[in-house]
Design a protein around this ligand. Structure first.
Ligand code: FE2
Length: 367
């Protein structure tokens, strides 16, 4: 048994921790670019963060949409370079945080575009430092080197990962999550669960990443229901679970279900965490058939009280789990499969995956 484990991100966690932002940043950083979305500007959160940056020159870029496009990230890169930003803050859910990483990469490498980033060659220059401040409890992007962008021309989501995309600082202030809409608490909470379960099952998981994954699963299992009811203590727990699951995927990655969820988001606008869950449930059913002797599979079953337990848990959150309930037609599966089979995440899924296997899982998703 051998593995490596390194988390270069400093994590500052706790309700109210936004107050320590200024003190956490070196005084040599005088020009900061905040990447966020229009809703958070409207809520006053971007301004609140700016107030915690002292006398630095701060530019706010609020054009990030859900599942940010190549074009949005390119545009952010142009503005950030013009501002001569030394550090990029990603404020929001996964979309602004991922966009912040991309923009930080483009600031340091003016010759590149977002399309070049997702081609996953080496960056000539490391991205400028990134600080992530999540306002949802889901993505875990604050502690990962990953960023995912939408390629509108190809109707796909494309990911990339660079060591310099690990944020220098993850400032996880759960108070910033309290104003999340009800539906967002559910969808992002499901993202936490899928991250933790997929990382736990990944063939590159290690005993140390498993500690983070299992703790995140247990916390989400215990607290998501109450977090959806906007209980603040439960929302604090989900903020922690999201970061723990983020550490797990930073080391073990997500596997097949996340990739299978991408076409559901691109073609049917199903929120990311929910889309991953709709793929994960039939994937787990197939996994039980393929690897019934696996101790990990058995352990997962026991966490949710036996086979079908996770489906029941999701249903009790008020979420439909059949693909048919989202207006998806079985005839679309043949269009989804080619977009899934090309992804490298299949290589770390715990049983061999073929086009037929992916088709079977989507078909099971209609049950
Ligand atoms: Fe995710």
């Amino acid at each position: 048994m051998g593995f490596e484990f390194s988390l270069p991100t400093k994590v500052v966690f706790g309700p109210g921790s936004i107050g320590s932002l200024d003190a956490e940043l070196p005084s040599s950083i005088s020009r900061i670019f905040i990447v966020t979305d229009a809703v958070l500007v409207e809520k006053g959160l971007a301004e609140q963060v700016k107030e915690h940056l002292g006398n630095r020159s701060v530019e706010i870029f609020s054009a990030v949409e859900p599942n940010p496009s190549f074009e949005t990230v390119d545009a952010g890169g142009v503005v950030a370079r013009a501002h001569e930003s030394q550090l990029v803050v990603g404020l929001g859910g996964g979309s602004p945080m991922d966009a912040a990483k991309g923009i930080a990469g483009l600031v340091a490498n003016p010759a590149l575009s977002t399309r070049d980033l997702v081609s996953c060659g080496d960056l000539e220059w490391p991205a400028v430092p990134v600080v992530c401040i999540p306002t949802t409890s889901g993505t875990g992007s604050e502690v990962t080197p990953f960023a995912v962008f939408s390629n509108h021309a190809q109707r796909t989501k494309e990911g990339c990962s660079f060591p310099s995309f690990f944020p220098a600082l993850a400032l996880v202030d759960s108070e910033l999550t309290y104003s999340m809409p009800h539906g967002t608490v559910i969808d992002t909470g499901l993202d936490v669960l899928t991250h933790a379960i997929e990382a736990f099952l990944s063939t590159i998981a290690s005993p140390l990443s498993d500690v983070f994954a299992l703790d995140a699963i247990a916390r989400a299992r215990t607290h998501l229901q109450q977090a959806v009811a906007k209980d603040h203590a439960a929302m604090d727990e989900m903020a922690l679970a999201a970061t723990l699951a983020g550490v797990a995927i930073a080391h073990a990655s997500t596997i097949l279900p996340h990739v299978m969820g991408y076409p559901l988001t691109v073609e049917h606008d199903i929120p990311h965490g929910r889309a991953s869950t709709l793929a994960l449930l039939p994937f787990l059913d197939l996994l039980m058939e393929r690897l019934p002797e696996s101790l990990k599979v058995q352990r997962l079953g026991s966490v949710f009280g036996g086979p079908g337990g996770m489906r029941q848990f999701v249903n009790e959150l008020g979420i439909q789990t059949s693909l048919g309930s989202y207006g998806i037609d079985r005839t679309e599966i043949s269009g989804f499969v080619p977009k899934v089979i090309v992804k490298s995440d299949l290589e770390i899924t715990p049983f061999p995956i073929s086009e037929e296997e992916i088709t079977t899982i989507y078909e099971k998703g209609f049950e």
